[in-house]
Design a protein around this ligand. Structure first.
Ligand code: OGA
Ligand code: MN
Length: 270
């Protein structure tokens, strides 16, 4: 083994201890990817990867999405660092990335560059484990349901008022309908829910709200959640297809800055 792996919770999270040189090898990256899908989140305490090393590791784990500068997208609410940062307030609510795409991103790597003095910790909830632990009756009830996901709904829930500059970007994002229960190619199933889940198709609104609230509360109960308290230089990697995540609210001017590299999705919702 090129690294030491310590499980953080029974159902989610593994901490990895290894030097940078040991990690930046193709065969090790493949092992990390397998572990990631099994555990939902990998945590590398104070690894201090450079931007180039982070993109290199990502490139060995999958296909790097072109975003930001050379595969590094700056997560920051401060407009000077990220002029499009307004919508990132949506990340304060439980969500998956890319539910407005037919093929959502597979996952992301996130390094803590500068932290907020208050808030700004990140939480992850394992939606594979949450699905698998549902009572059989609930699994039968939701088996064939479809859910409409709406960017506008998540922005409204997060209290984000689009600025004039945001409006065109917001309007371009179409609603999408996905099965509530995602059956992955591996045969495992996970829940596709979060702040972007507007309503269950064809269901009475009150019943739909109650069901989506119930499933979100179930999935985000402590047993399925890992909460990361950041140190500068930590690297987190999450499997976006099987975990929900959220950032604890932090002030717009906190200076918090994270460097994210995103892996292109390889499996459509189905
Ligand atoms: C993201 C995200 C959470 C955070 O990068 O998609 O939701 O803690 N980040 O910054
Ligand atoms: Mn996100």
């Amino acid at each position: 083994m090129a690294f030491e792996a310590i499980n953080l919770k029974e159902d989610i999270g593994t901490e990895i201890h290894a030097g940078v040189d040991a990690l930046l090898r193709p065969e090790v990256a493949v092992e990390l990817r397998t572990l990631l899908v099994r555990r939902g989140v990998l945590v590398f305490p104070e690894l201090h990867l450079s931007d180039e090393q982070q993109v290199a590791l990502a490139g060995m784990m999958g296909t790097v999405r072109e975003e930001g500068e050379k595969g590094i997208y700056k997560i920051a609410l401060d407009r000077k660092t990220n002029p499009q940062g307004n919508y990132l307030k949506g990340s304060f609510l439980w969500h998956m990335d890319g539910t407005h795409d037919s093929v959502p991103v597979f996952g992301s790597l996130l390094t803590g560059i500068r932290l907020s003095a208050v808030g700004g910790q990140t939480e992850f909830a394992n939606s594979y484990a949450a699905y698998e632990a549902l009572p059989a009756q609930t699994r039968a009830r939701i088996a064939d349901l479809r859910v409409v996901h709406s960017f506008r709904t998540s922005m409204r829930r997060a209290g984000v008022e689009p600025t004039a500059a945001d409006q065109a970007h917001f309007d371009a994002i179409q609603d999408r309908t996905h099965k509530l229960v995602w059956t992955h190619a591996s045969g495992r199933k996970s829940l596709v829910i979060g702040c972007h889940a507007s309503h269950v198709e064809g269901m009475d609104r009150a019943e739909s709200d109650a069901l989506l609230d119930e499933l979100l509360a179930w999935t985000t109960q402590p047993r399925f959640v890992y909460r990361h308290e950041w140190c500068v230089g930590d690297l987190l990697i999450w499997d976006n297809t099987g975990v929900l995540h959220r950032a604890e609210p932090y002030p717009m001017d906190s200076g918090r800055e994270m460097h994210r590299t995103t892996l292109v999705g390889e499996e459509a919702f189905s």
